[in-house]
Structure formats: structure tokens, C-alpha cells
Write a protein that binds this ligand. Structure first.
Ligand SMILES: [Fe+2]
Length: 422
């Protein structure tokens, strides 16, 4: 090989990119040198912000590591890349966070994690798939709220196990608030959320919103440190294929920074609504409901914004049960025509469907819904399907078709389903 060819070959094999504490190196032979004490892995890696060309992987060690690295490779390829991350000292435990860049869209990558140069986790379950950079890809995601109850009461491991058993693996998950109990403390996250969900989180990104219990400890020191979410991490949007997702912070039912948040919501919808086939809003508190929770006025005040901006679904937690409502208009009224089939809809122009999926890790033991919730509700005809069971939802979107399967977290059986075909 002549000298210029060797130089070119080296250039091709090695690429370096430096960014805010992260750099990457691609090479055929990786040598990671161990240095100092081997830290113990306290929290398995979890995925955040898996976008078309980037992914964030975080894990927790018992001691402060001097260095954290991820080695990753594209499926069926041999060339490997090392990405070096940053260390965040939080809650007396140590967060290792690596942001990977320059990835290919809709591509699977396997990864291994290293702290101080010691391999801490690796294997067939450690992978991520970047999101697509087009609006044609079919996808699915899971949703549940009110998850990490205090042990031993919590049944969070049941939905987590059922999610890992799904025939079609979800591309990501969304959390509908009250992520850990009793007060959203960081010290409760490992046992009550990350341990039961570790098999899910290591290869499926999760995007939660904050709930009233999460607000009982300063989110800045807890919720925001546990997660890497878009924007200010309280209200944010992200897209996946042909769908726009909007997460809101409903605080104690009154909306965090209400004026700013609502202005942001309107602006985001105005700019984005024409670009996407589906718009899904999620937040912790319900608006109108027939569950044991009250109707939250500040959420109902958004109905006009939802119906005039093509919002299709509004998902919430808060009530520890499952309730799917009939399509609402701007005033929260439903069409009472008895001939409407509430398991299959056409294009719901100027209407949206509101669903409570709040029995993620706890069920209200003192309350029992009747099958339609009607006797619990002054406006009983608004319910399409209610069932008081530990549950989570899986939504599939393929072009102009959206389908929900609601699963019983203990039996794995589907107890409610509906489709919208635009
Ligand atoms: Fe709540």
C-alpha cells in the first residue's frame, strides 16, 4: 500500500468528534484500558432521546468513576465505536451518561458499557434502534401511568414482564406521571422503577411526564436528574415517523407555569400540526372523567385547543384504573347516537379521544368500576370502555390507521381495543 493510501485508510477507520464532554472513536480494534477501582453497577443502563442520529445511555455505579464509555456497533457489522461520556454525581450515587452521535436512522446497534475501563454490562439484550427520519414507518409504543408504588405493594414488574413478552416489541414507551411513589424521590427510583423495568429500559427508550406525586420532591433535584427529556423536561414534544407527541406537566392539576406552557402548546401545535398525520398529547391529570377522580378544570380548558389543532388522543394517569372515553368535542360533549360503533372510528374531525391508563403499578383497592363507570359519573354516557384492572396500553400506528390494545398486566390478555382509520 502506498503512503497516501495508508493515510486514507487510517482516516476512514478513525473518526473523532468532540462535543461537550463526549467524543467518539471508530476503529476495527478497540482497546479499553482499566484504570483504578472497578465500580459496581447499581442501575442497569437505560435509554433516553433515541433520535434518528443520536442516543443517550445512562447507568449508575456505586462509586464515582473517572471515565464512562460505551462501545457500540451496528448489527451485522464488525467495526466498533467508542463514545466517552460525562459523570454526574447525584443522590450520593454516580450517574454515567454517554450521548452517542452520528448514527444511522432506523438502525439497530448493540452496546456495552464501561466505567473506569471495566466492562459492566454487555450482551444480546443491550441494544437500541434509532428512530426513522421519514414519516412512513409503522411503529408502536406502550403507555402507562402511576407506576413505581412503594414495595411490596407495587406490581410494576407485571406490566414490565408483559411488555418484554409482546410479539411486536414497542419502539418506545411513555409514562403518564406519578412515576415513583410516595413523593417522586430519586432514592425510590431504583427499587420501585428501574429494577422492575430493567429488561425493558435497556433496549426501549422511555419518555415520562411528571405527576402530582413526582412534584412532592423538587423535580429539579429528582425527576429532572433521573431523565434526559427534550426541552425543559416539564413540557416537551418529540416526533416519531408520522406522529407528533406532546408531553405536558399538569403539576397538581393546575398546570406548571400555566400561561407559558399553554402558549408553548398552542405555538407547537400551530407550527407542527400540518406536518403529521397523528397528534398525541399526554399528561398526568384527567379532564372530564367517570373514575373516582374529579374533573380537572385546567385540563378541560385545553379541549378547545385540542379540537382546533387536530389532536387525536389525550392520554393520562392519576386515577388508578383504566377508562376510555367516547370522542369529545371542544366542550367535552360526546355524540350520543347509539348506533356509533365505539370500537372502530373513521376520521374524528374536531374531536379527540381521552384515555386514563393509571393502573401501571397500583390499583385503587377501595373503588370498583362498573363496566361502563356510569353510576360513578354524573355524565355517564361519556364512557366507551372502563375496566378496573392493572393495565397498560400498546398503540400501533401504520399510516392513517391507529390501533390500541389495552392489556391486563397480570394475565397478558387484551381487554379493550379500538381503531381509528383516517
Ligand atoms: Fe396522581
Amino acid at each position: 500500500m502506498s503512503k497516501p493510501t495508508i493515510f486514507l485508510a487510517i482516516l476512514l477507520v478513525i473518526t473523532l468528534s468532540a462535543c461537550k464532554g463526549t467524543h467518539q472513536q471508530t476503529t476495527k480494534s478497540i482497546l479499553i484500558e482499566a484504570n483504578g477501582k472497578k465500580p459496581t453497577l447499581l442501575r442497569q443502563p437505560y435509554l433516553q432521546m433515541v433520535r434518528p442520529t443520536t442516543a443517550t445511555i445512562t447507568w449508575k455505579t456505586d462509586t464515582v468513576a473517572k471515565k464512562c464509555q460505551v462501545v457500540f456497533y451496528e448489527v451485522n457489522k464488525t467495526e466498533k465505536t467508542v463514545a466517552t461520556g460525562t459523570l454526574v454525581n447525584h443522590e450520593g450515587n454516580k450517574f454515567n451518561e454517554v450521548v452517542i452521535k452520528n448514527l444511522k436512522p432506523k438502525t439497530i446497534y448493540y452496546y456495552s458499557i464501561y466505567s473506569n475501563g471495566y466492562l459492566l454490562a454487555s450482551g444480546k439484550d443491550y441494544y437500541f434502534e434509532t428512530s426513522p427520519n421519514n414519516t412512513k414507518t409503522a411503529f408502536n409504543f406502550y403507555a402507562l401511568g402511576d407506576i413505581g408504588d412503594v414495595l411490596p405493594k407495587s406490581f410494576a414488574k407485571e406490566p414490565a414482564n408483559r411488555i418484554t413478552e409482546l410479539k411486536l416489541k414497542p419502539d418506545f414507551g411513555i409514562g403518564l406521571g406519578d412515576i415513583v411513589y410516595p413523593k417522586g424521590e430519586s432514592s425510590m427510583y431504583d427499587n420501585q422503577l428501574f429494577k422492575p423495568f430493567e429488561k425493558v429500559f435497556k433496549n426501549t427508550p422511555f419518555y415520562p411526564v411528571v405527576g402530582n406525586h413526582d412534584w412532592q420532591s423538587d423535580p429539579e433535584k429528582n425527576f429532572e436528574k433521573e431523565w434526559a427529556l427534550p426541552g425543559n423536561e416539564h413540557y416537551f414534544s418529540f416526533t416519531y415517523s408520522n406522529t407528533l407527541f406532546i408531553g405536558l406537566d399538569s403539576h397538581n392539576g393546575g398546570l406548571y407555569n400555566r400561561e407559558e406552557q399553554v402558549a408553548w402548546l398552542k405555538e407547537t401545535l400551530k407550527d407542527q400540526k400540518v406536518k403529521y398525520d397523528w397528534i398525541i398529547v399526554y399528561l398526568h391529570h384527567n379532564g372530564k372523567t367517570c373514575t373516582y377522580k374529579k374533573d380537572y378544570e385546567h385540563v378541560m380548558n385545553l379541549y378547545q385547543v385540542f379540537t382546533s389543532n387536530n389532536v387525536d388522543l389525550v392520554l393520562n394517569g392519576h386515577a388508578h384504573t383504566y377508562e376510555r372515553l367516547k370522542p369529545f368535542d371542544a366542550n367535552g360533549n360526546v355524540d350520543v347516537n347509539a348506533s356509533i360503533d365505539h370500537s372502530s372510528y373513521g376520521h374524528l374531525k374536531d374531536r379527540f379521544i381521552s384515555i386514563t391508563i393509571g393502573a401501571g403499578g397500583k390499583l385503587n383497592e377501595n373503588w370498583h368500576a362498573d363496566p361502563t363507570n356510569e353510576k360513578n359519573c354524573k355524565d355517564g354516557n361519556i364512557v366507551a370502555h372502563a375496566e378496573h384492572v392493572p393495565s397498560f396500553g400498546v398503540f400501533s400506528i401504520d399510516g392513517k390507521t391507529l390501533k390500541l390494545n389495552a392489556y391486563n398486566s397480570f394475565t397478558g390478555e387484551i381487554f379493550d381495543t379500538f381503531t381509528i382509520e383516517k
